[in-house]
Write a protein that binds this ligand. Structure first.
Ligand code: M6R
Length: 361
């Protein structure tokens, strides 16, 4: 049942405020400015002894894991990184007893992720799952973890589950941070930010008519560049994947800082750029990148917290805490991908050549 929407993708984008509400519900502990994650299966002493966190997932779940790794480093100061599970399992990785492994999957059935988990467990590693489908293979195989509570996601292209997975990582990061050295004040700041998310998501979704207009404006592009820096980079990668999957327009994501090391050569009027420009400590650096693109007559669509003078168009999103901004900044670009695909007459819920869960090698 699409509840009045023309596609599951549109329905699932529209459901994100309630989905985020669901992942937060019952988990916040205001007294200690922390969160409780029931099934984690990691006591405080174990949580304190983790030296490193390695996050494994594929596609959109991998991108959610990249933001998750940044959240864990920022809030819990534990070195963390994400890697495609599909790469990890083929490279005889060093499995370190002080590393906590986290497997991320919407379906919980992705074979590359499951195989990585099984190999890790065989070698005695501790593996947590951040999974949407309850009781799925990866959820069962993991030592513990947390459910993402996005609800059923039908469209092959993941939207609401991405958002909820990142929120679940914010909860995990906050939990680990408050066991280690995140202050009560910072814990409160993050909790208040998390509580603002559902209202801010609805605010972003109200801009749909404007986003649709922009999508029609850029739908003739053969290729698009997506750029962002640090917190904005995984957002750019995910937005680029969304556009590719659903519209079949070629899109490439690059760290804004790497533009001058190569991709600037591509910039010309026929190659538009989508730039993620949060109001954080890197704002001036990002503005300089926009200037570089403008000087080469590149068309720019910015997603930002305030109007960007160098951009041809700016989609303004509400500001949250710096650490949580990536959760919001990709949402308008889900609608951008959707409306581009709609304008091009694509099969939105079932893009060619793709399956909802890849249960084979
Ligand atoms: O079910 P999973 O999260 O494990 O799936 C992983 C990827 O196959 C998936 O995210 C894929 O990239 C989607 N089509 C993204 O929209």
């Amino acid at each position: 049942d699409m509840g009045g929407h023309d596609t599951y993708m549109h329905k699932e984008i529209a459901e994100q405020a309630e989905a985020v509400d669901r992942v937060l519900r019952g988990r916040i502990d205001d007294k200690f400015a922390t969160v409780h994650l029931g099934g984690l299966n990691l006591d405080p002493r174990e949580a304190r002894s983790v030296r490193r966190i390695k996050i494994l997932g594929c596609g959109t779940s991998y991108h959610a894991g990249q933001i998750g790794a940044q959240l864990i480093e920022e809030l819990a100061r534990i070195p963390a990184d994400a890697e495609p599970a599909s790469e990890f399992r083929y490279r005889n990785p060093v499995v370190d007893p002080d590393t906590l492994y986290v497997a991320v999957s919407q379906s919980g059935e992705t074979y590359d992720v499951l195989a990585a988990v099984q190999e890790l467990k065989r070698k005695g590693a501790r593996v947590l799952g951040v999974v949407n489908v309850v009781g799925s293979a990866i959820a069962r195989e993991a030592d513990g973890g947390t459910y993402v509570h996005a609800g059923p996601e039908v469209c092959v292209v993941s939207t609401k589950c991405f958002t909820n997975t990142v929120v679940a990582f914010a909860l995990l990061a906050l939990h680990l941070g408050r066991i280690r050295d995140l202050s009560v004040a910072d814990g409160r700041r993050i909790i208040e930010g998390l509580r603002r998310l559902p209202g801010q998501i609805d605010e972003i979704l109200k801009a749909e008519p404007e986003i649709k207009r922009l999508a029609l404006h850029f739908a003739d592009a053969k290729s698009m560049l997506f750029i962002g820096r640090v917190r904005g980079y995984p957002v750019a990668r995910e937005a680029s994947l969304k556009l590719k999957e659903v519209s079949y327009i070629h899109a490439e994501a690059y760290p804004a800082s790497e533009l001058k090391h190569g991709p600037l050569a591509l910039v010309e009027p026929a190659m538009p750029t989508v730039a993620i420009v949060p109001d954080d400590e890197l704002l001036e650096k990002n503005r300089a990148a926009l200037e570089e693109i403008k000087a080469r007559s590149g068309r720019i669509l910015a997603v930002a917290h305030q109007e960007q003078e160098k951009a041809d168009h700016t989609i303004i999103v509400p500001k949250n805490e710096d650490e949580l901004d990536p959760i919001l900044m990709g949402i308008p670009l889900q609608l951008f991908a959707y409306h581009t695909a709609l304008a091009l007459g694509r099969d939105i819920d079932k893009p060619r050549n793709l399956a909802k869960s890849v249960t084979v090698e």
